[in-house]
Write a protein of this length. Structure first.
Length: 229
């Protein structure tokens, strides 16, 4: 039996997954509510971290030290920064980068973190399992960029895409990756696209796309959990 930590930034993402996986117990750790579930003979600990890299890093460390998880999944939504990646597509990270980490004044490459590196790779086994999940959605594998800023402008999206060759951008994944890497815990980051500066839409709002995308990643994680042994 494995212990699997599953981190969501927002309650909408968590709630959609709890519709598909019934929890058996709640834990409260420093005001974080962690939902313990049993699925496919594994224990799963689902938690809403809150938005941003600090919240994500804190939650990751607590799952590792308090729940003794064997691996980490980070599931949620993101904004596309590639013209190829559309709303409701799925992006599986093969590596993560912090686009707002900047020590270029010390002759470091943008995004490079001393003693960690620039691009933090996801666990190869978990990546392989994630790529075997079948959904009615287009799936991309590539770099996900994280930073403490919500990207809405096409100019900024293009800048991050070109600098880091990233497919989408969000505010948590790379922090979860860094903590997991430093603690030697396997991890995978998966995103459904909820918005894009390159797409016009007059029918659905961001909140409506958020619900659709959250449901999409909930379906993805349920299928992925069936493959983790």
């Amino acid at each position: 039996m494995k212990k699997i930590g599953i981190i969501f930034a927002m309650k909408e993402e968590l709630e959609k997954t709890l519709e598909k996986i019934t929890y058996i117990k709640k834990h409260k750790v420093y005001e974080l509510v962690i939902y313990e579930c049993k699925y496919n003979d594994n224990k799963c600990y689902l938690v809403e971290s809150g938005i941003g890299k600090v919240n994500a890093a804190r939650t990751t460390q607590l799952l590792i030290t308090k729940m003794n998880v064997d691996c980490i999944l980070n599931i949620g939504v993101a904004g596309s920064i590639s013209k190829e990646v559309k709303k409701c597509d799925i992006v599986i990270a093969n590596n993560l980068v912090q686009h707002d980490f900047d020590l270029t004044s010390f002759n470091h490459e943008k995004g490079l973190i001393p003693n960690v590196g620039k691009n933090i790779p996801c666990d190869e086994k978990m990546l392989s399992l994630a790529q075997k999940v079948k959904l009615d959605a287009k799936v991309f594998v590539g770099t996900i960029a994280s930073g403490d800023i919500f990207i809405t402008e096409e100019k900024m999206a293009s800048k991050i895409h070109n600098k880091f060759n990233a497919l989408c951008v969000e505010m948590e994944g790379a922090a979860i990756a860094q903590v997991s890497y430093l603690c030697n815990i396997p991890f995978i980051i998966i995103r459904s696209i909820s918005d894009s500066p390159y797409e016009e839409n007059n029918e659905l709002t961001f909140d409506e796309f958020l619900k659709i995308s959250s449901d999409m990643v909930a379906k993805f994680v349920v299928q992925l959990l069936k493959k983790i042994k």
